[in-house]
Structures are given as structure tokens and as C-alpha cells.
Design a protein around this ligand. Structure first.
Ligand code: NAP
Ligand code: MG
Length: 403
């Protein structure tokens, strides 16, 4: 069989620990035998990040901007224990944070839905994708303990010296205060990333805030989304047969629980933080969540939502068998290959991505799965396998699909 040819390289960001081991297995078993894989490789493993003083992370993000599509393995975000373990020169920032800051993107998280891993919410049939705004609000707030009686004011001083003042509260005793902000340009980027991703995945987009109470702050989010939608996206949404829908956050929560899924739910920073954990948990497994970073210019980076699975890696190093779930990492690759195939008009590559996803889902639905899923599945006959054997079972199904 001829291998599928690629024209533009994918930006490949390698990572750490158990996911780095899975990364190589996926390439060897599921990609290299079938594709003339063209990647520009960046080693974001902690050792090489340290050797380059994190320059490699910055270079990889710039490469993603240049080529438009990247696929990333999970990476360690160093803490004090890691600084000691790897003898690091400094405590580097989270690579995901660094990459997101350069690409100015929004993260979309979606579960991979398979029969046998049933959501806690009975009505959910299709994935719910959460988009979290990743700038400002309470995450960049300044807060203060008010010691006693006195007046609190909000003051803005313009560059020309003009002041805008608003009384927050006349305190008659001790209390607390908080000042937060956001930027129109950040909200605009967020809105464009959401509209682009809705078109890309052909799903409705929901957005919700508390604009009835927060008449200037949250209302600005609502207005900015609506203005950009009307000016730039309404026609495209009509053509695609999808909808943009705004509602109050409490109404959205009630509707989400009653829905069958199949849409993108855009959330402000705090709502997204809280709701993404709720939605991920209710769908069954962190190991089955994908994560896609989409920049307003369309640059897209695919990864798994879980970390480097450190506990399994230490077992692996001791020569013990592991049963680590590679599904979200496989789907990171298929997402990136499909996007590359669409951009470069290589239908064989898009078709290969579809078939690899189908082979992976079929493997689980026929009962072969890693231990994390075996513990929660509703299937009766289960064949719990180790990390390698799962990927080999997917390969066997993939060969049938491609034959
Ligand atoms: P983790 O790697 O997500 O793993 C936490 C636990 O969840 C594992 O010990 C395992 O449970 C289970 N799990 C997660 N993914 C699994 C998979 N694919 N297959 C089977 N079980 C899975 O989180 P962590 O251990 O808290 O973090 C480890 C490192 O990952 C940290 O250094 C952190 O900085 C990094 N991290 C990176 C990213 C990223 O790059 N996007 C995201 C999060 C964390 P059992 O041990 O019970 O089997
Ligand atoms: Mg959180």
C-alpha cells in the first residue's frame, strides 16, 4: 500500500512521562506505517525545555502560527518538586500558558463519546464542547480587606488626566472589596475563536453571562459577541445551518442538563473553569477528553486534556505493566491530520483521520479497553488490556478499515 503523502508539515510538540511513551507508540503503530508523516518536531520534554531555557516552547508556538496546525503531547508544568527532580535552572511557566499567550487562543474541550461509557446525565447523547475565555475577570482581580467604616470608590484616570468615579459602597464596618477587569480586544478574540470553531465543527454556539445583574461588565460580553456575529458571521452561520444563541447563565445551565448535547458552550473565565470540570466528570473520564486551542487567525493546536500520567510512568520505569488510555492522544493526532488534510486539500488524509477514529471507537465498543474504562463501562464483556495491546487492537481494526 502506498503511504499517504503530506504537503505541509504538522508542528509536532513532544512532551513528558507516560504520554511521551504513548506518543511514540501511536506514531510507530498507527501513523508511520500508513502516512509519509511530515512534521516539524519540537521537543517540549522538560529536559530539553531546560536546556533551551524554554526557548523551544516559544519556537514551537511561532511554528504553529507559521504552519497553522499543531499537535501537542502532555507536558509537565514544573513545581518545586519538579525543579528538584529534573535539577531545573528555573521554574518554567506552563507550556500551555506560554503557547496560549503567543497564539491568543481559546481552548475548546470536548469528550469522546462511545457506547459503554455512559454520561451521568441520561439525556446527553452527543458531546458538549466547552469554550473557556482565558483572560481576566476574577483571575486578574485585585482584592482588599476593608478594615472598617469608610467609602470605597472605583476611579479610572484617563491618560489626559480626566477622572471617572463611581461609589462602590459606604462601609459602616469591616468588609471586603474586589476590582476586576477585561479588555475589549480579548473578548473580541474569544468571540472570533468561538464563531470560527462553530463553523469548523458545524455545531451551534451557546453563550451565556449574567448581563441582567452585571449591566455594564457582563453586558459588554453579550454586546461584543452580538456585534461581531452580525457583522462577520451571521451569513456564514445561515449557510452552514447552525445557530448562535445567547441566554442568561442560569437559564443556560438548566438547558444544558436537559439537552442532548452536540453544541459548543462558550463561558466566561470563571464559568468555564467550573463548568468544564462538571461536564468532563459527567461524561465519564478525563482520559476521554480532547482539547483544542483555536486562535482568532485560525491557528489550531490539538492535544489531550489530561496530564502526563506520572503515576503510570513510574510503574513503566520500574518495568511494570501499565494500562494507560491513549484515546485522547490518538484523537489529538486525528484532529490535526484532518485539519491539515482539509487545509491542503488531501482527502486521503481526512479519510485516514476518520478511519483511525472509527477504529479506536470500535475497539472500545467491542469490549477491548484500558483499565480506567473497564472500571466504569456498562458493557458486559470486557477485555481489559495494557497500553501496548490497546494500540495494537486499534491497529488491527484500522487495517480492516483501510483494506
Ligand atoms: P494526570 O496526568 O491527568 O493524571 C491524574 C490521574 O488521572 C492519573 O494518575 C490517572 O489515575 C488518571 N489518568 C489521567 N489520564 C489518564 C489516562 N490517559 N489513562 C489512564 N488514567 C489516566 O494529572 P497529574 O498526575 O495531576 O499531573 C501529572 C503531570 O501532568 C503534572 O506534572 C502536570 O503539570 C501535567 N499536566 C499537563 C497537562 C497538559 O500538558 N495539558 C494537563 C494537566 C496536567 P490513576 O493513577 O488512578 O490510574
Ligand atoms: Mg478548574
Amino acid at each position: 500500500m502506498d503511504k499517504i503523502k503530506m504537503t505541509t508539515p504538522l508542528v509536532e510538540m513532544d512532551g513528558d512521562e507516560m504520554t511521551r511513551i504513548l506518543w511514540q507508540m501511536i506514531k510507530d503503530e498507527l501513523l508511520l506505517p500508513f502516512i509519509d508523516l511530515k512534521t516539524e518536531y519540537y521537543d517540549l520534554g522538560l529536559k530539553y525545555r531546560d536546556e533551551t531555557r524554554d526557548q523551544v516552547t516559544i519556537d514551537s508556538a511561532n511554528a504553529a502560527k507559521k504552519y497553522g496546525v499543531a499537535v501537542k503531547c502532555a507536558t509537565i508544568t514544573p513545581n518545586a518538586a519538579r525543579v528538584e527532580e529534573y535539577d531545573l535552572k528555573e521554574m518554567y511557566k506552563s507550556p500551555n500558558g506560554t503557547i496560549r499567550a503567543i497564539l491568543d487562543g481559546t481552548v475548546f474541550r470536548a469528550p469522546i463519546v462511545v457506547k459503554g461509557i455512559e454520561p451521568t446525565v441520561k439525556t446527553w447523547k452527543k458531546p458538549i464542547t466547552i469554550a473557556r475565555h482565558a483572560y481576566g475577570d476574577v483571575y486578574k482581580a485585585v482584592d482588599m480587606k476593608v478594615p472598617g467604616a469608610g467609602k470605597a470608590e472605583l476611579v479610572f484616570t484617563g491618560q489626559d488626566g480626566t477622572e471617572i468615579r463611581e461609589v462602590i459602597h459606604e462601609f459602616d464596618g469591616p468588609g471586603i472589596l474586589q476590582g476586576m477587569h477585561n479588555l475589549n480586544r480579548s473578548i473580541e478574540s474569544f468571540a472570533r475563536s468561538c464563531f470560527n470553531y462553530a463553523l469548523e465543527t458545524n455545531q451551534d454556539l451557546w453563550f451565556a453571562t449574567k448581563d441582567t445583574i452585571s449591566k455594564k461588565y457582563d453586558h459588554s460580553f453579550k454586546d461584543i459577541f452580538q456585534e461581531i456575529f452580525d457583522a462577520e458571521y451571521k451569513e456564514k452561520f445561515d449557510q452552514a445551518g447552525i445557530e448562535y444563541f445567547y441566554t442568561l447563565i442560569d437559564d443556560a445551565v438548566a438547558r444544558v442538563i436537559r439537552s442532548e448535547g452536540g453544541y459548543i458552550w462558550a463561558c466566561k473565565n470563571y464559568d468555564g473553569d467550573v463548568m468544564s470540570d462538571m461536564v468532563a466528570t459527567a461524561f465519564g473520564s478525563l482520559a476521554m477528553m480532547t482539547s483544542v486551542l483555536v486562535a482568532p487567525d485560525g491557528t489550531t493546536e490539538y492535544e489531550a486534556a489530561h496530564g502526563t500520567v506520572q503515576r503510570h510512568y513510574y510503574k513503566h520505569l520500574k518495568g511494570e505493566e501499565t494500562s494507560t488510555n491513549s484515546v485522547a492522544t490518538i484523537f489529538a493526532w486525528t484532529g490535526a491530520l484532518r485539519k491539515r488534510g482539509r487545509l491542503d486539500q488531501i482527502p486521503e488524509l481526512v479519510d485516514f483521520a476518520d478511519k483511525l477514529e472509527k477504529a479506536t471507537i470500535d475497539t472500545i465498543e467491542s469490549g477491548t479497553m484500558t483499565k480506567d474504562l473497564a472500571l466504569i463501562t456498562t458493557l458486559e464483556e470486557v477485555n481489559a488490556v495494557n497500553s501496548q495491546d490497546f494500540i495494537k487492537a486499534v491497529r488491527a481494526n484500522l487495517e480492516k478499515e483501510l483494506a
